[in-house]
Design a protein around this ligand. Structure first.
Ligand code: GLP
Length: 239
């Protein structure tokens, strides 16, 4: 893992935005894997506000989506992405791929997503956040992990962490989500994990320096040959 430490979130976000812009310039049909949550918001802001790039050929696959939430609902991750990035920078809707949490057959939907990623030639750059329990996407800690896209049961802490999108009410956060699996993530050609704030310091330290364990799904990133971990000083404070 290459660990980069920045003075603050702004510097981190500007650097990642510059890297993504450079990747889009080098490969206009770049295939991006993208996260939601609070951490990437300043990064999406930096992409919107910085120098323009041509997003017309870029294709995107988001990591996850809540089960039972319509793409059009403001709480959906799809709506978040439209607001924060796709709308402002102009990613054509036809190039945006999402797991559909309202699909009638969720298993078939996960299989469709895996086929779509393969048909796109795989993910060039997978950008991740990390949960305080070490989850990536919605691959939650447990006795085993899923290789492929799957229906995930969300732990209480994860629902609490997502409550802001549901009017601050964790009880309104769905108990299940669809998520890319660990192999889906680890097959990306490059992975970038962002973590900011002191609340992530412990999990970042365990992810980077501890054992590889299903109790901390992000620790599996140690197996990937091209991972960059971008931290602010607070998230790096336990290393
Ligand atoms: C959410 C998302 C993850 C995200 C993580 C951290 O539950 N499914 O993709 O990385 O939790 O969120 P945050 O950046 O708000 O701390």
């Amino acid at each position: 893992m290459t660990i980069q430490i920045f003075d603050d979130v702004r510097a981190l976000s500007a650097e990642l935005a510059a890297g993504v812009r450079a990747a889009v310039t080098a490969k206009p049909s770049l295939v991006l894997g993208l996260p939601t949550g609070r951490t990437p918001l300043p990064f999406y802001h930096a992409l919107r506000e910085g120098p323009a790039a041509d997003w017309s050929q870029v294709r995107t696959f988001n990591l996850d989506e809540f089960v039972g939430v319509a793409a059009s609902a403001p709480e959906s991750y799809r709506a978040y992405m439209q607001r924060e990035l796709f709308g402002p920078v102009g990613v054509p809707a036809a190039h945006v791929e999402f797991l559909d949490g309202r699909a009638g057959d969720l298993e078939a939907e996960c299989e469709r997503y895996e086929r779509a990623i393969a048909a796109a030639g795989g993910i060039d750059m997978m950008i991740l956040g990390i949960g305080t329990n070490g989850h990536i996407g919605f691959n939650e800690p447990g006795p085993y992990l899923h290789a492929r896209s799957h229906r995930a049961h969300l732990q209480p802490g994860t629902r609490q962490a997502n409550a802001a999108m549901f009017g601050g009410d964790a009880a309104r956060v769905p108990e299940a989500a669809l998520s890319m699996g660990m192999a889906t993530i680890l097959e990306a050609r490059a992975v970038v994990l962002m973590a900011t704030g002191v609340a992530k310091a412990g999990v970042v330290q365990a992810m980077a320096d501890g054992h590889i364990t299903t109790s901390l799904p992000a620790s599996f990133l140690q197996l990937h040959p091209n991972v960059t971990v971008m931290l602010d000083r607070e998230a790096a404070s336990r290393r």
